[in-house]
Design a protein. Structure first.
Lengths: 324, 347
């Protein structure tokens, strides 16, 4: 079941119920593929989509783009809310209760409620915001930018004042909180991964990776962290002190790894590469369970929430779904 | 150890299908936006589809009235550069923005990146040269730096250095093309003084003293193309130069015979360790033991790019093999660099 937008699919997002997967092509157009293979063109876009995130209740899809536009609404319908920011929308994060959406646009962090009402505006960070992550506690938001990791108390009295919790030498490229909401993983431009224990424990750092960290993925049990960097995905076990000393599994591609996703069951790791290969690896054995070779770069991969389907975005054939 | 973005065992096959990227730098008011727009117009007139990346907040992401051209605003602005880490800021924006366009099935025919007035052009260029994802679909073609001749003349008259900051000096020192505007309005002797001082900072760039230089010469520089680099290096005179006031120094050095590849790698590593970020740019063509084709090396600060040069035209290998290196930096110990490089072939 394939679809053929004019440009490669760059990002994918399954709706929380696993009914369909939405993909954004590099020209900004949005496409949807249902589980049964029905394909729908959701409309053209004016600029490349840089952030795509479903509300946790599946009601809305938030789409942010390089031209600073944010559209929120059910996919396929006219957006019920459109906003324009002065910088490109680099990252989006719905709060776990779906009541608020944090937007990183340029160097601003803006938080709106689900109806578009402003909660906190213009919290300036010292550089483009690359990643946002809601952390435990009411209104706690972690933001990663070129200047490090900042902690924001959203919705408190007065505007959110960023508190630097980690000033980094390298710009933050991605943040990911583990499912147990205790460990915050941080990847940076210089190839370092840091795991911060939000309960106040030690912080562990791996700083000898060969390239910028592209993706961080926690396993559902929070016991593993997969790091996509350069042409490989490296999986580290987590112990009580953070990341273990040695990597468990390393999956290599013949070209850059563009994306990686862990199966909801935690056993399989899917990785996509610009070598055109989508690999499913058994993390217990390190063996490849399945490999799909396409002749063109693959830029995104995502498991359905029930783990039965794997979606990946190809260069000329749109969104492709495969069963495990 | 410097990061190496390619290995010479995987030569780039001409013609290079990747999208060329030209960086346009210059201090505030030098005319960068005017030039970037003119370059885009030139590309459109030639049937191309350019992408112009600007450095200001609030710039429209696209010009809907002009479907031939796309304009992208990156997030860098003066305030952020002052507040944050300008090197990282420039890098993050460029490396995350460019692949959205250059990885398309129909990518732009050229990319023109306008660096903020006080922006660190070396870091921007370094990110283009060193980031694996960016390199996959685009290639750094060259650095064009604009200089306001009138402003330079005013500073010279006041007994100051002709450029206002270290960033502006770097922009000139690493340029492939230097465009000095407003020269026609200067007294000839003052114009000569401006050019002479600029030449002290950069002996290698092609100098344009016309306010409207040939656009084609600015869009097909080949500043990091192995064949072009080898050709340019062969024409450079050997020697050392230094601008004492700014500390910018440069050298072109030569050695006879073939080099051991491991020794060369160690030498380049040592060069980076010894000089760090003071090493701004280097290019070299190296004859290597056991290799028919020379290695062509281009580097910006800690990023070094290796390619294979053209096969020599003497099939029997009768012509003596030589190596040549051009290096630009700040406060470099040029005598030591030269001596250690010449020593390489004698090891």
């Amino acid at each position: 079941m394939t679809l053929a937008p004019a440009e490669p699919i760059g990002r994918l997002a399954w709706d929380p119920w696993g009914r369909c997967v939405v993909g954004a092509a590099l020209d900004g157009s949005l496409w949807s593929v249902a589980r049964d293979g029905d394909v729908e063109a959701l409309g053209p876009g004016a600029a490349p989509v840089t952030a795509l995130d479903w509300a946790p209740d599946g009601s809305d899809l938030a789409v942010g783009s390089l031209d600073g536009h944010l559209r929120i609404g059910p996919p396929g319908d006219p957006p019920r809310l459109t906003m324009r920011f002065r910088g490109s929308v680099g990252t989006l994060a719905w709060s776990p209760d779906a009541t608020a959406l944090a937007i990183g646009a340029g160097s601003d962090v803006v938080v709106i409620d689900a109806d578009g009402g402003l909660i906190d505006e213009f919290c300036f960070l010292p550089g483009a915001v690359q990643s946002l992550c809601w952390a435990p506690g009411p209104g706690n938001l972690a933001a990663g930018c070129v200047g490090g990791i900042h902690w924001l108390d959203v919705g408190g009295e007065g505007p959110a004042e960023p508190v630097v919790i980690d000033q980094r030498a390298g710009a933050v490229t991605t943040l990911r909180l583990d499912p147990r909401r205790r460990f915050l993983a941080v990847g940076d431009l210089r190839g370092a991964v840091e795991v911060i224990d939000l309960w106040g424990g030690v912080t562990s750092i791996i700083d000898d990776l060969p390239d910028r960290v592209r993706r961080l993925v926690w396993s559902p049990d929070s016991d593993r962290l997969a790091v996509a960097v350069d042409d490989m995905v490296v999986v580290w076990p987590r112990d009580h002190e953070g990341l273990g000393p040695d990597a468990e599994v390393a999956i290599t591609h013949d070209d850059l790894v563009s994306d990686a996703d862990l199966h909801p069951g935690g056993k399989w790791l899917a990785s996509a590469g610009l070598d055109g290969c989508v690999a499913v690896t058994d993390l217990d054995t390190g063996n490849r369970q399945r490999t799909v070779n396409t002749a063109e770069p693959v830029r995104s991969v995502a498991w359905s929430p029930d783990g039965e389907l794997l979606a990946f975005g190809s260069t000329s054939r749109g969104i492709i779904l495969v069963g495990l | 150890m410097p990061s190496r973005s390619a290995h010479p065992s995987s030569p780039v096959q001409p013609p290079d299908p990747r999208c060329p990227v030209t960086l346009v730098a210059g201090w505030y008011g030098a005319g960068k936006t005017t030039l970037a727009t003119a370059l885009a117009d030139h590309e459109i007139a030639a049937g191309g589809h350019p992408l112009r990346v600007t450095s200001g907040v609030g710039v429209d992401a696209t010009h809907p009235d002009d479907s031939d051209r796309e304009v992208v605003a990156t997030e860098e602005c003066v305030a952020e550069l002052e507040l944050g880490c300008p090197q990282c800021a420039v890098r993050v924006d460029l490396v995350t923005t460019l692949p959205h366009y250059t990885s398309r099935n129909q990518p732009p025919t050229t990319v023109i990146v306008e660096i903020t007035g006080a922006g660190d052009v070396v870091t921007a260029a370094q990110s283009l040269l060193g980031d694996a994802e960016v390199r996959r679909s685009s290639r750094l073609d060259g650095i064009v730096t604009l200089v306001d001749g009138q402003a330079c003349a005013d500073r010279l008259r006041q007994g100051e250095h002709l450029l206002p900051s270290a960033e502006a000096i770097d922009q000139v020192a690493v340029a492939d093309r230097l465009i000095v505007t407003g020269v026609a309005d200067l007294h000839p002797r003052l114009a000569d003084a401006v050019c002479w001082n600029l030449r002290g900072l950069n002996r290698f760039a092609r100098l344009h003293l016309d306010d409207r230089p040939d656009r084609a010469d600015l869009l097909a520089i080949g500043g990091f193309d192995p064949l072009t680099v080898a050709d340019r290096l062969a024409r450079l005179s050997l020697g050392h130069w230094a601008d004492e006031e700014s500390g910018v120094s440069a050298a072109v050095v030569h050695s006879d015979g073939c080099l051991d590849p491991d020794d060369l790698m160690c030498w380049i590593d040592h060069l980076h360790h010894a000089h760090g970020s003071e090493l701004l740019r280097l290019h070299g063509v190296f004859s290597i033991e056991g290799e028919a084709r020379p290695w062509v090396v281009g580097g910006l600060r800690s990023v070094v790019d290796f390619d294979m040069g053209a096969a020599p035209d003497d099939i029997d290998g009768s012509r003596p093999r030589t190596s040549r290196l051009a290096v630009v930096g700040r406060n470099l110990d040029l005598a030591r660099v030269s001596a250690s490089f010449e020593e390489l072939s004698r090891v």
